[in-house]
Design a protein around this ligand. Structure first.
Ligand SMILES: Cc1cc2nc3c(=O)[nH]c(=O)nc-3n(C[C@H](O)[C@H](O)[C@H](O)COP(=O)(O)OP(=O)(O)OC[C@H]3O[C@@H](n4cnc5c(N)ncnc54)[C@H](O)[C@@H]3O)c2cc1C
Length: 459
């Protein structure tokens, strides 16, 4: 059986930054990375808008899996903040978390990101304007790499790592076994061979959530799961939001609804971007991204409006709840549904003619339909309230032709019980990134990777 000092499962940002930090600080270490998906250059989603218009549920989703993880074709927005993107600070402290996010940013700059803009809410007049309209603008600095530069950074990181780390692509890890009674090490099983290691870092992201559940159950690692975010992706002419996006690029704004006192928030804002589909465990949901390259930019801005649902006992399957709602939209629309805001508030479905006549040209080919048949009333009411609140700071948001795509679901991995070192109850088995439930963003996931690598190096 081949032996490693450290085996990393998953080559998303968490796994990549663990590997990077390990090998740059100790060139003697034998490190392997196992990844279910392909090498970056082989990652190709078959949807071309021509022959293949909709998700065909590939065996491994090239959007979610492969070198770079779920973030590879993302907008590459690295939010440096403790206000959202995960709760890493609860484990390692706020100061350390921010310090590591800045460190990740520095590496991204060294590997091709130099020259990209770092936006900040600090000193922005929008904070006051938002508060005057019952909206709360959260504090953050955001580095916008853009889909194109993000790809270049990942490619450069791969070229740096490939001779120092053994990469196993298209190799899903099937199981992790304990070696001996006292956590002396781990056996990492794949369908071809098994490998042995002293320390194991698991960073399997959202696409690995079901597998992570199984590993935790097998190894008796406690978990809890109680949150899912459900909502829509809004698409409107970029000029409507340009005041905000020119200054802040991405703004995380929270609105507390009058009717139910639920929090609705903006998420993943993509100025001049495109709306895209996402496949999580066979369920098609919506997302968005944008390019730094002006040639690839569109006339539209998109962002999600999400409502968090926290469940209490006895219900445990919050992701199952989100999946069922997404399945409804898949059932009615064969995938993602698009509806004009004007049609939604008039209680009628959108049809191809109304969409075509509208002022907003959709960037995603979705099925015109009726989101009120999919989203629970409470969630939909909250979203409509927030659209009107946003209309006060960005007039035109509540125009009839504003497009709503549904559904957008943020599945949260169950929270895996880890200690302040991000180590599970088995010594030397670290669970990081989105797969741990601790992080939900590029910057937090990457920072968690650096953090555990330093823990391992120290030990
Ligand atoms: C379209 C899109 C846009 C996004 N945009 C942004 C953004 O702009 N800013 C932001 O902060 N976040 C964004 N995100 C979220 C961000 O990508 C994730 O938070 C981040 O990638 C998490 O990193 P990770 O390393 O924890 O997991 P992932 O990036 O999900 O990587 C996990 C890897 O593990 C692999 N894996 C899973 N199971 C196994 C197994 N059993 N064996 C081997 N390998 C396995 C997967 O194939 C995957 O490559 C976006 C996500 C999507 C899908």
């Amino acid at each position: 059986m081949k032996n490693y000092d450290v085996i990393i499962v998953g080559a998303g940002p968490g796994g990549i930054f663990s590997a990077y930090e390990l090998v740059t600080n100790n060139s003697e270490l034998k490190v392997a990375v196992f990844e279910e998906g392909h090498l970056l250059e082989k990652r190709k989603c078959p949807i071309d808008g021509d022959k293949v218009k909709k998700c065909i549920s590939c065996k491994t989703c090239s959007i979610m899996s492969g070198f770079g993880g779920a973030g590879a074709f993302s907008d590459g927005k690295y939010n440096i903040t403790n206000d959202f993107g995960g709760t890493l600070y609860e484990y390692i402290g706020k100061k350390k978390a921010i310090e590591l996010m800045h460190y990740v940013d520095k590496i991204n700059m060294e590997y091709g990101g130099e020259g990209t803009k770092l936006y900040s809410t600090a000193g922005s007049g929008f904070k006051k304007i938002c508060l005057q309209n019952k909206l709360n603008l959260l504090d953050a600095s955001v580095r916008h790499l853009g889909t194109d530069i993000n790809y270049i950074v990942l490619n450069n990181l791969y070229n740096f790592l490939k001779d120092k780390v053994d990469f196993y692509f298209d190799t899903p890890v099937t199981n992790i076994e304990l070696l001996g009674e006292n956590d002396e090490g781990y056996i990492v099983d794949t369908s071809n061979e098994n490998y042995e290691c002293k320390k194991c870092v698991v960073s399997v992201g959202r696409s690995g959530s079901k597998w992570m559940e199984k590993v935790c159950s097998d190894l008796k690692i406690p978990t809890k799961s109680n949150r899912v975010d459900i909502g829509v992706r809004v698409e409107l002419p970029a000029v409507i939001f340009s005041n905000l996006t020119d200054e802040l690029y991405e703004s995380k704004i929270v609105y507390r609804t009058e009717q139910f006192e639920d929090n609705v928030r903006t998420f993943c804002m993509n100025p001049k971007g495109s709306v895209v589909t996402e496949n999580t465990n066979g369920i098609i949901t919506v997302n968005g991204h944008s390019y730094e390259d002006k040639e690839k930019q569109t006339e539209n801005t998109n962002f999600a409006l999400l409502v968090s649902k926290h469940f209490s006992e006895p219900f445990k399957d919050s992701n199952g709840y989100g999946e069922s709602i997404a399945r409804l939209s898949n059932m009615l629309g064969g995938g993602v549904i698009v509806q004009r805001f004007g049609d939604l508030i008039r209680g009628r479905r959108s049809n191809p003619k109304r969409i075509e006549e509208g002022l907003v040209v959709p960037t995603l080919s979705a099925t015109p339909g009726d989101l009120s048949l999919v989203l629970p009333k409470r969630i939909l009411d909250g979203i409509i309230e927030m659209i009107y609140a946003l209309d006060n700071i960005a007039p035109g948001t509540a125009n009839d032709d504003t497009l709503l795509y549904g559904v957008e679901v943020k599945f949260y991995n169950m929270e895996v019980e880890v200690d302040d070192h991000l180590e599970s109850l088995h010594k030397g088995l670290y669970i990081i990134g989105d797969g741990s439930g601790v992080t939900h963003s590029l910057s937090h996931a990457s920072a968690s990777g650096v953090f555990v690598a330093r823990e391992i190096l120290e030990k």
